[in-house]
Write a protein that binds this ligand. Structure first.
Ligand SMILES: [Zn+2]
Length: 390
């Protein structure tokens, strides 16, 4: 079993160790994997994602001796497996290594994870809603609460309480107890009965739970906790949240998007929803007026033959764009045609029995446009096309 340095302190991000084992590359495992005697790298577990970083062989400064740790996982036997990103040479067991963890990523995880403890405890304290699972993603985190629904008031209530705990900067301590002791302490969450010694994370006078993750040492380091979307899921209600620097990043992104929207409306940020509502209502009204106008035009001018041509039979451009497109005009005329295929509104000639509504056999148009003739949509199309050529 690998000795885990992060159990003692989440702040350890540089350490020395020895390569205990090197798993060879295979078709099933294309990346080399190494196991260290001890490690400060956190493996993906308990909802928290793994650390990344570097292993440097024997204090060397050569590039080929720097090995990128791309993923860290926990093996069933309790060993921590470090997967390397295509090294120039695969190291040998027994080599001395220096480990460096990507600090920014680690600190982000510490903020999100401790923020989750605070938030889960706030939902218990205020609404007796236990957390059944925790997920840490690249952009946001989420907890699933054992409740069928969650009102916006309760979401903002939990957010307010959680941030109070952050602002009070309460100490976050780690301690180890036996399972029997833990059972008497009334933990928020007790893990499955497979370990005799439990690692407890205590947020002073607020929360006590068993956890193997990396946490900040005082709640103020979480920075802030912002709750975002919530949705119903199979096991209850999922609440998305972000803490610390992520919260700042997301707030900045939201602000930029809102500022851009507000500038489009020449409005204040807080007026954007009202402006959008108004715009949607206006565009709905305009669409309806356009529909009505097109209907009326089709009624008045028939299928469009007459309206599409001047008295001398040449295309009349001013009407060409009225219907928007030949498809639109065809739709209107077809809607007015009877089921037998007759374009009942064609004023220009006889119908040729074409299965396509809108065609007619009026000899005035025959051969005039590319050997084709037609009324309604066909005429509208030709007129439009000619107009574009000019
Ligand atoms: Zn934890």
């Amino acid at each position: 079993m690998t000795k885990r340095l992060y159990y003692d302190s989440s702040e350890i991000h540089e350490f020395d160790s020895v390569l205990e084992d090197v798993a060879p590359v295979s078709p099933e495992q294309p990346r080399p994997a190494v196991i260290l005697r001890e490690t400060a790298f956190y493996p993906t577990s308990g909802g928290q994602v793994h650390d990344t970083g570097w292993l440097t062989l024997g204090g060397s400064s050569r590039a080929e001796d720097r090995l990128r740790v791309a993923e860290v996982a926990e093996a069933e036997d309790g060993r921590v497996v470090h997967y390397l990103e295509a090294p120039l040479k695969v190291p040998l067991a027994g080599a001395a290594v220096h480990g460096s963890i990507d600090l920014e990523r680690r600190r982000d995880h510490m903020q999100q994870h401790t923020g989750q403890h605070v938030l889960s405890a706030a939902f218990i304290e205020l609404y007796q809603m236990p957390t059944v699972s925790f997920h840490m993603g690249e952009d946001y985190c989420s907890i699933d609460l054992a409740t069928p629904s969650l009102t916006p008031e309760r979401i903002s209530g939990a957010e307010k309480r959680a941030n109070q705990i952050v602002f009070e900067n309460r100490p976050v301590r780690v301690r180890y107890v036996s399972r029997a002791e833990a059972e008497k302490l009334g933990l928020r969450k007790l893990p499955p009965a497979e370990r005799n010694e439990l690692r407890l994370i205590e947020i002073a006078d607020f929360d006590l739970s068993a956890c193997g993750g990396t946490h900040v040492s005082a709640s103020g380091q979480i920075g802030s906790i912002i709750l975002r979307e919530s949705e119903k899921v199979r096991q209850g209600t999922r609440v998305e949240f972000v803490c610390g620097e992520r919260a700042v990043r997301m707030a900045r992104r939201d602000y930029s998007a809102l500022t851009e929207a507000a500038a489009l409306f020449s409005a204040q940020l807080w007026d954007v929803p009202e402006q959008i509502r108004k715009s949607l209502e206006e565009s709905k009204l305009v669409r309806k007026q356009k529909e009505d106008a097109l209907e009326q035009l089709a009624e008045t001018d028939g299928c469009g033959c007459a309206s599409g041509f001047a008295a001398d039979g040449r295309p009349e451009n001013r009407r060409a764009g009225v219907f928007g497109s030949r498809h639109r005009l065809r739709k209107i005329v077809c809607a007015k045609s009877d089921a037998s295929g007759n374009a009942g509104h064609c004023p220009g000639g006889e119908h040729d029995g074409s299965s396509e509504p809108g065609f007619c056999a009026d000899s005035r148009w025959r051969g005039r446009f590319d050997g084709r003739h037609g009324c309604a949509a066909q005429a509208g199309f030709v007129v439009g096309r000619r107009a574009r050529r000019r």
